[in-house]
Ligand binder design. Structure first.
Ligand code: SF4
Ligand code: SF4
Length: 382
């Protein structure tokens, strides 16, 4: 084990994210999948996924998210859900709803799926369909009703950004009409495609404050009938979040091609080789691999984190954000106002207060754009 990893006892993972595929019928402008997803290898087979589920459960994972891309594009989703249920996981399907139907939801329910989280892009058909570059609003609406009809709690997720944040009240009214018990209004985090499109997506401070106030009014109106989570964008904070509760601490993500990550954005970090479940056991990857030990503990930290009392709470923030915005993943997350690079965040925020025409058109997440971005290896933000 590395020096950094040996500083504290490494606990077992609790939460497995199974990214079953990068394929998706939607083309969301803020998708968190890698911008070069077309470069990666063949998807794991059913047998390989079953092995991953067993190994992760044996390591101690108890929560399992089936995600993607769109996990419903895998014909073996029902079989994987069944196996996960048999192993004793609490399972969650994270889906756009495209590919769901009466027959599949009945099979998923019978297989023991615990939870379905459905995403909408907006409360209006026009914007939902624009942001996903597909005509999916009506379908999503029907899928929400289907999920409810099968006895699942209604859990809606809407990613917020400058294009839709002024619709928060209408989004919450839609959620109420659909009988939602939980709504997650997650402001965009600027990684992946959202980072490429940041100058189109980062809201102004005024928009953010209006949306928070509207959310609070709605909470007071609906009381306990609906739980509403409002996740503030990092860029408007002055301290970073404890990303993943610390690198390699509780969360493990297995990518469609079997590569294992401590956070679903980490694949692009320099100088690290993330092992695949095709060549190593999950146990070795979690406890022993150099990549998982690289940012454990505190030995890797630079100033100002190294001597900061808050390092035990936030672990210096997000390594991926530090790399994207400063070029060095060992720097403090520049969201922190103690970081010498904090101005890269405040400059982006300042631009969002007086948006002019962005330097490049909005890029939808699709294979053509993914190939162009990987070939050009262009800097990904203005
Ligand atoms: S964010 Fe949109 S494009 Fe990306 S995986 Fe989810 S539904 Fe598909
Ligand atoms: S300096 Fe580092 S440890 Fe201290 S608050 Fe900022 S990011 Fe956290």
């Amino acid at each position: 084990m590395s020096e950094a990893g040996s500083e504290r006892k490494v606990g077992n993972p609790l939460w497995l994210l199974a990214e079953l595929t990068y394929r998706c019928p939607l083309h969301c402008v803020y998708c968190s999948n890698p911008v070069d997803y077309t470069r990666y290898g063949a998807e794991l087979s059913t047998d390989e996924w079953v092995r991953v589920l067993r190994e992760a459960r044996a390591l101690g994972c108890a929560q399992l998210g089936f995600s993607g891309g769109e996990p419903l594009l895998r014909d073996d989703l029902e079989a994987l859900v069944q196996e996960a249920h048999r192993l004793g996981y609490y399972t969650n399907l994270i889906t756009s709803g495209v590919g769901l139907n009466e027959r599949r939801i009945a099979a998923l329910k019978a297989g023991g799926l615990d939870h379905i989280q459905l995403s909408f892009q907006d409360s209006t058909r026009e914007l939902n369909d624009f942001l996903s570059h597909t005509r999916t609003f009506d379908l999503k609406y029907r899928m929400a009703q289907l999920i409810k009809a099968h006895g699942y709690p209604m859990v809606l997720n809407v990613v917020l950004h400058r294009q839709n944040i002024d619709h928060v009240e209408q989004i919450l009214e839609m959620a109420e009409k659909l009988g939602a018990e939980y709504v997650e209004l997650a402001n965009t985090q600027y990684y992946g495609w959202a980072f490429v499109n940041r100058d189109h997506l980062l809201p102004s401070r005024e928009q953010l404050e209006r949306a928070e106030a509207a959310t609070q009014r709605f909470r007071e109106k609906v009381g306990d009938r609906m739980r509403i989570y409002f996740v503030v964008p990092d860029y408007y904070a002055n301290r970073p979040k404890a990303c993943m509760n610390g690198w390699g601490s509780v969360f493990v993500c297995v990518c469609p091609d079997g590569v294992v990550l401590p956070c679903h954005e980490a694949r692009g970090l320099p100088g690290l080789t993330f092992p695949s479940v095709r060549e190593a056991s999950l146990q070795w990857i979690w406890y022993e691999s150099p990549a998982f030990n690289r940012y454990r503990g505190e030995g890797w930290m630079k100033a100002p984190c190294r001597s900061c009392p808050e390092r035990v709470k936030d672990f210096g923030g997000c390594r991926c954000q530090a790399y994207l915005l400063t070029g060095d993943p060992a720097n403090a997350d520049p969201v922190c106002d103690l970081s010498p690079y904090h101005r890269v965040v405040t400059e982006a925020v300042a631009r969002a207060q007086r948006p002019t025409a962005a330097a490049r058109p909005i890029l939808f997440r699709d294979d053509r754009n993914a190939r162009a971005l990987s070939e050009a290896q262009a800097p990904l933000a203005q």
